[in-house]
Design a protein around this ligand. Structure first.
Ligand SMILES: Cc1ncc(COP(=O)(O)O)c(C=O)c1O
Length: 371
């Protein structure tokens, strides 16, 4: 089966080990087991239950404890509407494999994680790409979306809050999308849901708004626990049935240890989200101050998620810029071309604000010498 090169992952494989200052990474200061235990307020002796756990496959479709924890993040779902996967990357792949066939049309809202267009393309679907635009605050244009929908449209996909731009489709706009969708499946990659600047950007999951909605998510972004390879899909019972049919071939189960720590994390989501929203806010302040001082860079301020998609006016492609910058300074960004948009760079800003300030000033010095 042919599938296009996964440009973002290729970039990380090749250049992340060479970075001294990594702004390509968009996780929020990943947590250690110690910090997870600490923030959850668990007595360390509880971990003894972990030591005696048999390292078999565990519960094949995820433990009841984990599924109940996941369920707590949705308002109108049951255990039958959930399946546990290997990260959101496993969740997204399973959705496309279960639902998309040769000749189907899929509308993918870009920029997006490449799975959302290259997997349906590899399955023989006709993928129509709707590009978000900065002049529309990186939000989808409803008329443009409407013009792409035909009787063959099987699925519309988007990421909300969006990676890389940080834009947030609020419930009102999502309801407009649903109203023009013609009853097609709407897949929303919700790995950043809840990590937003303000209460007004908190969104309801697509599955609690729309009966043909499908939500994928994981612990990697909003929970700062990418090392626990746990994700999930929430959808109607029928869709979950088709996904589980495919899941038998590529998952069996997630690790018993991951299942345990994932349950602990989700049961303590309020405290983890509080930590992450605070860290995001501190980083965003630094970014906003720097943007005021840097004439060669412009950016629509992100309302959610963990990355900013910054535009530059230098005479070089995003691949050229990122490679030269890395060589000269050790700073790593993600080139916009890996997300199909040249003249942009994706940057994370949710780690150390002190370090971020230093790195951005270093970047400004480099820009002065290269513009
Ligand atoms: C939008 C989006 N979806 C899915 C993934 C994959 O996440 P996971 O680590 O849960 O597999 C990523 C990772 O960067 C992502 O940004």
């Amino acid at each position: 089966m042919f599938i296009d090169n996964f440009k973002v992952e290729e970039w990380f494989n090749e250049y992340e080990p060479k970075a001294k200052y990594n702004l390509a990474d968009i996780c929020i200061d990943s947590m250690s087991i110690n910090e997870l235990i600490d923030i959850s307020g668990i007595d360390l002796s509880v971990l003894k239950e972990l030591y005696s756990k048999k390292l078999g496959y565990g519960d094949i479709q995820g433990s009841k404890r984990l599924k109940e924890a996941i369920l707590s993040m949705y308002s109108s779902q049951t255990l039958e509407n959930i399946t546990v996967t290997h990260g959101a990357i496993g969740a997204n792949e399973l959705v496309y494999k279960a639902l998309v066939e040769k000749g189907d049309e899929v509308i993918s809202i870009l920029p997006a994680y490449q799975q959302h267009y290259s997997i349906p393309e590899s399955l023989g679907a006709n993928v129509k790409k709707l590009f978000l635009k900065p002049e529309n605050n990186w939000l989808p244009d409803i008329n443009e979306l409407k013009s792409l929908i035909t009787s063959k449209t099987k699925l519309i996909s988007m990421t909300n809050p969006n990676n890389p731009t940080g834009s947030v489709i609020t419930d009102d706009l999502m309801k407009e999308i649903i109203s023009v969708s013609n009853g097609t499946y709407i897949l929303v990659d919700e790995v950043y849901r809840g990590i937003v600047s303000d209460e007004k950007y908190n969104t309801t999951s697509i599955v609690d708004l729309y009966k043909n909605g499908i939500a994928t998510s994981s612990l990697s972004k909003a929970f700062s626990l990418a090392g626990l390879r746990v994700g999930w899909v929430v959808a109607s019972k029928d869709v979950i049935g088709s996904i589980n049919h495919h899941r038998e071939y590529n998952t069996i189960s997630v690790s018993v240890l991951d299942d345990y720590f994932a349950s602990v994390a989700i049961e303590n989501k309020e405290r983890i989200f509080e930590r992450n929203i605070r860290k995001r806010k501190e980083g965003l302040e630094v970014l906003k101050e720097w943007l005021k001082t840097e004439p060669h860079i412009s950016c629509i301020i992100p309302n959610g998620a963990t990355s900013a998609f910054i535009h530059y006016d230098l005479e070089m492609s995003s691949y050229e810029l990122c490679k030269k910058l890395l060589k000269d300074t050790g700073i790593l960004f993600l080139p916009g071309e890996t997300l199909e948009m040249d003249k942009f760079l994706r940057m994370g800003y949710c780690n150390s604000p002190e370090k971020l300030k230093i790195i951005l000033n270093l970047f400004s010095d480099w820009i002065k010498n290269n513009s």
